[in-house]
Ligand binder design. Structure first.
Ligand code: NAD
Length: 320
């Protein structure tokens, strides 16, 4: 089953491998739970994939995440049932890293505000001298994994940025290799001109950026969330922007997607918004669809999946 539409290349791979492919009539968990009972594999994008769905899928052997973050999938429940959860970790890092660089430049050059001012005839805005150069500035990366590392490389190469990173789980040798200085979250927030978030959503990272953290930042600094909405406190971000604790922000992700009409970000001029589409470039959707299809085919043909995310849990429940 495919819960939300994917690029046709992924569908073709599954058909060519001899599988029947069905599309859920709606990504609502209650609908998927009703329609999934006969399926051996499923490809999930951002829709919630709950314990209820898993309990209604007695034949299910693999859940393939079209993308990286598996926080929308009940991985624990899947593992209890011996179901592999796989993802496409190498498919989207490049696209998300490029979008991060685009955000850094758009914030520094105030593209959103300058475009709006020019359209309303406010040409004098140019005399405010309010934009800034990125070259030589300090970038703070929270989570120096695949995406964070690529952002570091691009910003060092293109803008000679000094890069600080907070990531307690990576080797210092990896940071050295990247020419990045590992530091505490507090120091990163205090010193960076641009802070960018690239951690997975976990119990540890949920709300890791709140009022106390935003207050550590420079009033001239910007913060970008490319990871998951709940990692920062959205209301604290709006307060920080409205009260001038920081200069601006950008996000590709929201606590609730899509955001409701009265979401405070929608009324705040100082935050640049995109609809969780940084990994949905023409090239990236093909890589993710093919990668997810590959993961399904590997498990259903008895091969070891290339990118399993729940091996530890499958072992814990005695399933492998
Ligand atoms: P990754 O696993 O390669 O890197 C994540 C890094 O975060 C790792 O180095 C890990 O050690 C670090 N980390 C984990 N917990 C941490 C903590 N408490 N504090 C600091 N660092 C911590 O993953 P990735 O491919 O770089 O993707 C990162 C996240 O970006 C994904 O989990 C996903 O939620 C998000 N993402 C968003 C989009 C999008 O469309 N906006 C696309 C892809 C990924």
């Amino acid at each position: 089953m495919i819960v939300q539409p994917i690029h046709e290349n992924g569908v073709k791979m599954l058909l060519n491998a001899g599988f029947e492919v069905v599309q859920a009539s709606n990504p609502e968990p209650s609908v998927v739970a009703r329609e999934i009972s006969d399926c051996d594999g499923v490809i999930v994008r951002t829709a919630l994939f709950t314990a209820e769905i898993i309990r209604n899928a007695p034949k299910l052997k693999v859940i393939a995440r079209h993308g990286v973050g598996v926080d929308n999938i009940d991985v624990e429940e899947a593992s209890k049932h011996g179901i592999y959860v796989v993802n496409t970790p190498n498919a989207n890092a490049l696209s998300v890293a490029e979008a991060t660089v685009a955000f850094i430049l758009a914030l520094a050059k105030q593209l959103k505000q300058m475009d709006a001012a020019t359209r309303r005839g406010d040409f004098k805005i140019r005399d405010l001298f309010s934009t800034m150069d990125v070259d030589g500035k300090t970038l703070g990366i929270i989570g120096l994994g695949r995406i964070g590392s690529l952002v570091a490389k691009k910003c060092q190469a293109a803008f000679s940025m000094k890069v600080l990173a907070y990531d307690p789980y990576i080797d210092t040798s990896r940071a050295l290799e990247l020419g990045v200085e590992l530091t505490s979250l507090d120091r990163l927030l205090k010193e960076a001109d641009f802070v960018t978030i690239h951690v997975p959503l976990t119990t540890e990272t949920k709300n890791m950026i709140g009022e106390a953290q935003l207050k550590l930042m420079k009033p001239t600094a910007y913060i970008i969330n490319m990871a998951r909405g709940p990692i920062w406190d959205e209301y604290a971000v709006v307060k920080a922007l409205n009260e001038g604790w920081i200069a601006g922000a950008a996000t590709d992700v929201f606590v609730e997607e899509p955001p409701k009409n009265d979401h405070p970000f929608l009324k705040c001029e100082k935050i640049l918004l995109t609809p969780h589409n940084s990994a949905l470039t023409k090239e990236c959707v093909i890589r993710m669809a093919e990668g997810a299809a590959q993961g399904v085919i590997e498990v259903l043909t008895g091969k070891k999946p290339s990118f399993p995310v729940n091996l530890d849990l499958l072992r814990k429940y005695g399933k492998i």
